[in-house]
Design a protein around this ligand. Structure first.
Ligand SMILES: *Cc1c(COP(=O)(O)O)cnc(C)c1O
Length: 481
């Protein structure tokens, strides 16, 4: 054994204790460290790159160098005032589950070594219950909502083949001919998925939205369906990133009485509305979808990366992703319902073959806090967004661009709302709170998305005060020019 490996093995308890100590120091500092540090990351500048070490130096050397060069430059994205994109943190139980995921280092994809797969199935069952999905939905863990949308649309593609009597998994996407994917406010990852799947980004047809909304106009969707002959997929949106708007899922599902299409719902973070009785109506009808995307590293507050893909047609999923090799265990048989029983091995269900026991962090947080714990996080975040929205309305110089429907506040400057001035405003805030730019209703804007379990009322106040200060300073500088 290499001497550094042998030395680390001999002092493993001390080294893990030191790692734990540093992890705690990082978490303790989350509230104080700049939310996004301004210092350029090492390597971003013109300095010579650090060469790969020949001798190493063992874990102590790696810990010391990480602490010195990298850790101070990392953002507090795990903390309470990182409102950029839609970013969750990690609950204590999720963090512990994630540490243990690396510790046990399972590759849970085959019934030849089955415990990990069973843990994943148990976790999927809990998630189904959390989001009000029926047992007809099978679920699989993937790395994020982009991958979940990709897998859902891959199953949709296979379904289109089934309808047309062609086998896309065998013969390729060319057998399908042109495909239409209709959606109101589809997330950018849907276009990426269509590119990956060979359907092409141009397959996506934007259907008009309701006036002043990001939700699809269902009557316009029906007209688009009537005007489309050939295979069709509808991507419905449950929680858009700018204003958290929701398509009317029940009405869209109802269109299947007159039109045939696969219904995929991107509920990356919107699915969590189901946890709050006051907001659950927003996702009524989710269960009617053929496939559903839900992110877990956002509002479930498990560490990156984790999402789940639900579908009513695991048989088609297996047709797409089956990976037959004698050394991997039982192979599913091609064709509907295959010969692989009710529970195909996970190796046959996603683009990945090997993957970490990704479900464990979700299992831990659900076991630790249950439905009520996760409901409390969701409801506290919604309340926080509402309070920040009210503060924005009171700040002279800011304008709320949409009602705060759930957990995102979308606003802009009343005077000169250029991308540059908004970027400057965000930069002036970045030590205290991190907000990201967007475009909404043809206007440059900023958005603050709430999904971290640590965010309290005090954080909202601190953010609102920092925002008011930054707007005043910017206006004063402008008047001074
Ligand atoms: C975040 C998000 C995605 C993409 O999720 P990743 O986890 O970054 O892959 C897709 N759709 C919606 C609605 C999202 O909010």
């Amino acid at each position: 054994m290499h001497p550094e490996l042998a030395a680390d093995l001999a002092r493993l308890p001390d080294l893990l204790e030191e790692t734990r100590r540093r992890a705690l120091a990082f978490l303790d500092g989350l509230d104080e460290r700049p939310v996004v540090p301004r210092a350029a990351p090492p390597g971003a500048g013109s300095g010579a790159p650090v060469e790969l070490s020949e001798a190493g130096g063992g874990l102590p050397a790696a810990l010391a160098e990480f602490a010195q060069r990298w850790e101070p430059r990392l953002s507090a994205s795990a903390g309470p005032r990182y409102f950029g994109f839609v970013t969750g943190g990690a609950t204590p139980a999720a963090l512990a589950g994630d540490w243990l995921t690396s510790t046990v280092d399972q590759n849970s994809n085959s019934s030849l070594d089955p415990a990990g797969q069973h843990l994943e199935r148990e976790t999927v069952g809990w998630l189904r219950a959390l989001f009000g999905l029926s047992e007809a939905h099978h679920g699989t863990f993937v790395s994020g909502a982009t991958m979940s949308n990709t897998v859902g649309l891959a199953i949709a593609r296979e379904w289109l083949g089934e309808r047309l009597g062609v086998d896309v998994a065998e013969d390729g996407v060319g057998a399908l001919g042109p495909v239409r994917v209709l959606s109101g406010g589809a997330h950018s990852s849907v276009s990426k998925a269509l590119s990956v799947l060979g359907l092409g980004r141009s397959a996506l047809r934007r259907v008009p939205l309701l006036p002043g909304r990001e939700a699809v106009d269902v009557a316009a969707l029906e007209r688009a369906l009537a005007g489309t002959d050939g295979p069709c997929v509808v991507v419905a949106n449950a929680g858009t990133v700018n204003t958290v708007d929701f398509d009317d899922l029940r009405a869209i599902a109802g269109l299947r009485e007159r039109h045939r299409f696969w219904l995929h719902v991107d509920a990356a973070f919107g699915a969590f509305a189901a946890l709050s009785p006051e907001h659950a109506e927003l996702v009524a009808g989710l269960d009617l979808a053929d496939s559903v995307c839900v992110d877990l590293h956002k509002w479930l507050n498990v560490p990156y990366d984790s999402a789940v893909q639900f579908t009513r047609r695991p048989d088609l999923q297996t047709r797409v992703f089956r990976n037959a090799a004698a050394y991997l265990g039982p192979a599913p048989v091609s064709g509907r319902a295959g010969g692989h029983g009710e529970h195909p091995d996970l190796v046959h269900l996603t683009p990945e073959n090997s993957h970490r026991l990704r479900a464990l962090a979700a299992w831990f947080t659900l076991r630790a806090y249950g439905r009520s714990g996760h409901r409390e996080i969701v409801e506290r975040n919604i309340a926080g967004a509402r309070v920040l929205g009210e503060a924005v309305e009171r700040i002279d110089g800011l304008e709320l661009l949409a009602p705060v429907r759930l957990n995102v506040v979308c606003f802009t400057l009343t005077t000169d709302p250029t991308p540059e001035r908004l970027a400057a405003l965000a930069a002036a805030l970045a030590g205290e709170a991190f907000l990201t730019p967007t475009h909404y209703a043809d206007r440059p804007a900023l958005r603050a998305a709430f999904s971290n379990w640590r965010t309290t009322e005090a954080d909202v106040r601190r953010t609102a005060e920092a925002l008011a200060r930054a707007v005043r300073t910017q206006a004063a500088d402008r008047d001074g020019d």
